[in-house]
Design a protein around this ligand. Structure first.
Ligand code: PGA
Length: 255
């Protein structure tokens, strides 16, 4: 059975004290909610990872993710953070390939493949982001774009390694725009992604891979999106910065 997951990507937001307060509020609001079967992942900035881990480590159903990792294992890369360092803070997951990293930092699928390899070597589980931009959707290239991202960044992995991954489908045109994919568009793409995984790795792995939706997911639309057969949860940006919104999204599974 694949996991239901809601992950909050804080991006470059929240001071340490603000972040820890947000975590306290999320923990308090989920303590007796019906969300126990949902894995809740919090992805704060690097500087907060160890402290957030300290807060959630004894609370079941919570985990921490980094938002990025470097593609080399160590060395003279001033300002960068390695997978090994991230893992040493108690962090279990790492977001790789977010469209903001691809767009603003020029990260290609071949570079992202190196990040995935090192993350797995250092016992971090990648939450790997894929998705087309607005132009690619308009010109009906979205399936091809996503297929290429899967092939170039992930399909070199052995079946045991691939089976550890979480995939996040994040159409770039929906991220931070307030325009969400319809449940029909999300289900169509998630089903396509699962069928591509099935072709490469077989039915068991494809059925067990959690595929999250991301892009303007909020308390109003989460229930409909999460009700789709192939949508196993969400990667939440803006709405993860307010405890009430984030918890309401988490509870969308149980409603
Ligand atoms: P958003 O961001 O929810 O603010 O659209 C999602 C993401 O970038 O992961």
């Amino acid at each position: 059975m694949r996991k239901k997951i809601v992950a909050g990507n804080w991006k470059m937001n929240k001071s340490l004290s603000q972040g820890l307060q947000l975590v306290d509020e999320i923990i308090a609001a989920t303590s007796d909610s019906p969300s126990n079967s949902v894995l809740k992942i919090i992805a704060p900035p690097f500087t907060h990872l160890a402290s957030v881990h300290e807060k959630i480590k004894t609370i079941s159903g919570f985990s921490v993710a980094a938002q990025n990792c470097h593609h080399m294992s160590n060395g003279a890369y001033t300002g960068e953070v390695s997978s090994e360092m991230i893992h040493s803070t108690g962090t279990s997951y790492v977001i790789i390939g977010h469209s903001e990293r691809r767009q603003y930092f020029g990260e290609s699928d071949s570079l992202l493949a190196q990040k995935v390899n090192l993350a797995l070597t250092n016992n971090l589980i990648p939450i790997f982001c894929i998705g087309e931009n607005g132009e690619e959707r308009k010109t009906n290239q979205h399936l091809e774009v996503v297929k290429k991202q899967l092939k170039e960044a992930l399909f070199h992995l052995s079946p045991p390694d691939f089976s550890k991954l979480i995939i996040a489908y994040e159409p770039v045109w929906a991220i931070g725009t307030g325009v969400t994919a319809t449940s029909h568009q999300a289900q169509g793409m998630h089903n396509y992604i699962r069928s591509e995984i099935n072709k490469k790795y077989g039915k068991e792995i494809s059925e067990n891979t959690s595929i999250l939706y991301g892009g303007s997911c909020n308390p109003q639309n989460a229930q409909e999106l999460f009700a789709c057969l192939d949508v196993d949860g969400g990667l939440i940006g803006g709405a993860s910065l307010k405890a009430a919104d984030f918890v309401s999204i988490i509870n969308s599974f149980a409603n």
